[in-house]
Each structure stands twice: as C-alpha cells, then as structure tokens.
Design a protein around this ligand. Structure first.
Ligand SMILES: Nc1nc2c(ncn2[C@@H]2O[C@H](COP(=O)(O)OP(=O)(O)O)[C@@H](O)[C@H]2O)c(=O)[nH]1
Ligand code: SF4
Ligand SMILES: [Mg+2]
Length: 408
C-alpha cells in the first residue's frame, strides 16, 4: 500500500541532549527498532524518520534528531541537520533526564517558542528514581505539558501520547484545502495532465494525486485529460467545468483552449496557497521585472526525484527568465531540506509547489525570505507571469488578484 506522503503528516521532532534516551523513546513509542540506541553519546547522525498512525490524529512522522550539543566537525553537521528539523517540526518533544534540567534545555525551549512550536517536555529514565524523588520535578512553567516516562519499562507512554494529541497545533487537525473550496459539491473540475516522456511511468505525480483526492473529499467531480484531448472534452460537456487546473508547463496551450469565462489555474499555484503564502508569492513574482543580468536567483525544490520538476527548475524556468530579463542570471539550485543561509545575496527565490514538504517547513522558508528582504515566488506563478497570463491564472483567487493589481 502506498503510504501517506510525508508532506501531509504532522511532524513531531524529538530534541534534547545526547544520551537522554530520545532514540529509545521513539523505539518504545513505535515499538520498532528504527533508531540506533547507544550508550556512546552521539550515535545518531542524520535525523531518523518514523511514520506512524497516532490515533485519533492520524498519520504523523516522528523525527529523531542527534543531540544539539554535539561537538567537533561531524557534530557541526549534525547540529545543522537538527536545525532543519526545528524548521519543520509541527510539535516538539523535548527529552530530558531526571535531574539534568539546565541552560541547554532553556535554550531549546526558547528556540522552539521563538518559532511558535508547541513543546511537550519528557523526563525520561524514571525507572532509575523513586516516584517522589525531587529530581523528577521540572520548572513550574513547563509542568502542564510535561510527562515522566521510562523508555526502558514503557511507563508513562500513554500519558505521553495523550499529551502529544493535546498539543498538536489546530492547523494540523484542520489543514487547508487544495482545490475543494473552489469547486462546490457535485461541481466539475477539469484537470489537464500532460503525459510526455518526462512523466513517471505508470503513475501521476504527487501534486496531481493530492488535488484529485482533495476534490473527491469535497464531493466534487473531476475529469482528467491530457492537453491534446482538452478541446474535445470541453466540447462534449453539457455544462462547463467550474474550474480548470493545468500543469503549469501546458499553461499557454490550455489558456488558449479554455474559454475566458471558465476559471483557470495551475497545480503549482494551488500549492502556493496550500503550502505557502499565495499573496506573498504573487507579490514575489512581480520582482521578475526588477531582475538585471548577473543577479542571483535561487531555485528551490522540495524533492530530488521529480524528473519534470528537474527539467522545469534546471532548464525551462532559467531559459524563460533569461529571455525575459534579456541577459544571463546566476541560478543556484537547492533540493530537499537544504536551504541557504546567505538569503540576502539573492534577488529572487523561486520555489516548487513543495508537495512533499509539510506546510510548516514551507512557512518557515517564506518567513526567512521575508526576514532577509528577498521576494519569494513559485514555479507556476513565474511561468504564468512570464507568459503574460498572470491575471487569468489568478482569477480563482480574488484576494491574490487584488494584491497583484495593487502592486501595479
Ligand atoms: N535506565 C534507563 N536507561 C535508558 C532509558 N532510556 C534510554 N536509556 C539508555 O540511555 C542510553 C542512551 O539512549 P539513546 O536512546 O541512545 O539516547 P539518545 O542519544 O538521546 O538518542 C542507552 O544506554 C539507553 O539504553 C530509560 O528509560 N531508562
Ligand atoms: S518538485 Fe516540488 S512540487 Fe514537484 S513533486 Fe517535487 S516536491 Fe512536489
Ligand atoms: Mg539517539
């Protein structure tokens, strides 16, 4: 069975000093040996991810990090990887050992609260202490979300699960819709999906699959066609579709084939709204007009195995932009969870739809771009903008259209 995509799971990061029992706790929670447990400090290098169902919440992804207090060269890499987990954790579990609460834990709490990440504090290794031992106590301010457990004897795990469920941010319980709110129950959405040599064999790509599922969840109807069959499909329909959603790469042909009164957008633009911030990314697209030859442009893709994405990010968008600007630009590519620290050196950030990334991570990226004063936009928006069909592509989103017109 195809597992739920990571980008749709509530992500729960485990943080704390080395050797407090983070990996043991994850193993105890998931009852599987997924993480390396060791009494030699600093065994976990890359964050270890473990998907599971945490009922009644549903699919979650636990992320076991290395101790943030690691030292040495390899330690620095581990710390960097752990910081990426800070950026995407919807919820944090701060693991401590009885009697060791100190400046380091205070620093973690501050780091997490700066990001607005809810924290559940765990005092582990309770089996080594008497129940009334004062070392099991935590600072007053944390007690309401603290649980005393033993990964070794599995005591306290039910209370920990309950505490996690009670602390999950509301947006994870009620995530926004991809397209369902744009099409009423029973209405038809027409999806245009090019199947060219770059399309993966035997399947559709994730943004398409997730959009179809979202429409079905909203009791809408969908019809999926290739761009060649679009005209014939439209002609055959008694009632025109409520919305046409196309792969951005077929935008121009689809815009020509779909009558102007039928709302049209792209999967990528829907994902700007779903994972990112449509208004900010619409405003970001207008920064294309101020690009000059020689400027540095960041192209960021959340996954590293999307052949269409690779082609679009590495070849097509650079080609379009170079033509638009009338001179060569310096393109820098980032993939996966890596994102540059030197953001202010870029003139524009262009992100993919981020379908494999959770909302939190994309929101963090947008916030970091804003803090660095760099405009950020998205693949579909750049394509629509450079093809001169921006207003058309924003038709289904009146607030975004208004923000764009306000910028003119
Ligand atoms: N007594 C006791 N030992 C534990 C418990 N949890 C973990 N340990 C031990 O603490 C050591 C470090 O555990 P590990 O999970 O690798 O810590 P991490 O570095 O935080 O991931 C190992 O020797 C574990 O067996 C616990 O609840 N009780
Ligand atoms: S490139 Fe981005 S939008 Fe495309 S499949 Fe990968 S994560 Fe999803
Ligand atoms: Mg560990």
């Amino acid at each position: 069975m195809q597992p739920t995509s990571k980008g749709m799971r509530t992500q729960i990061g485990l943080f704390g000093r080395r050797n407090v029992g983070k990996s043991s706790l994850l193993n105890a929670l998931t009852r599987q040996e997924v993480s390396i447990v060791s009494d030699v400090a600093g065994t976990t290098t890359d964050p270890v991810e473990k998907p599971m169902e945490l009922l009644p919440l549903g699919p979650v992804l636990f992320i076991d990090t290395a101790g943030v207090d690691d030292i040495g060269a390899l330690g620095a890499l581990r710390i960097a990887k752990t910081r990426q987990v800070f950026d995407r954790a919807d919820l944090a579990v701060l693991v401590t050992e009885a009697g060791t609460w100190g400046d380091f834990e205070e620093m973690l709490v501050n780091e997490l609260s700066h990001r607005g990440t809810p924290v559940v504090t765990v005092v582990n290794k309770a089996d080594l202490f008497d129940g009334d031992d004062p070392r099991l106590a935590l600072p007053e301010k944390l007690r309401s979300h603290a649980v005393v457990v033993s990964a070794a004897t599995r005591s306290g795990l039910d209370a920990l699960r309950e505490s996690l469920l009670a602390s999950v941010p509301p947006e994870c319980l009620r995530p926004p819709m991809i397209a369902g709110d744009l099409v009423g129950p029973g209405d038809l959405a027409l999806l245009v999906v090019p199947i060219d040599k770059e399309a993966p064999k035997g399947r559709l790509i994730l943004p398409q699959v997730q959009t179809i599922r979202d429409l079905l969840d909203s009791d809408a109807c969908c019809m999926v066609v290739k761009e060649r069959e679009l005209r014939a499909a439209l002609d055959r329909l008694k009632t025109p579709p409520k919305l046409v959603i196309t792969d951005s790469q077929a935008f121009l042909k689809v815009a020509a084939d779909v009558p102007g009164e039928i709302p049209l957008t792209s999967f990528s633009i829907l994902f700007s709204r779903y994972k990112g911030d449509l208004i900010r990314q619409v405003e970001g697209a207008t920064a294309i007009d101020s690009l000059k030859p020689g400027d540095k442009v960041l192209i960021a893709e959340a996954c590293s195995h999307h052949p269409i994405g690779e082609d679009i990010g590495r070849v097509k968008i650079p080609r379009w932009l170079t033509q638009y600007v009338g001179g060569s630009l310096e393109f820098v590519h980032y993939q996966g969870h890596d994102f540059p620290d030197d953001l202010p050196s870029y003139k524009l950030v262009i992100h993919c739809g981020a379908c494999t990334m959770n909302r939190r991570e994309m929101q963090t990226r947008i916030r970091r771009c804003a803090e660095a004063g760099v405009p950020v936009t998205n693949y579909g928006l750049v394509i629509a903008y450079s093809l001169g069909i921006f207003e058309r592509a924003l038709g289904p989103f009146p607030a975004a259209l208004e923000a764009y017109r306000g910028k003119q």
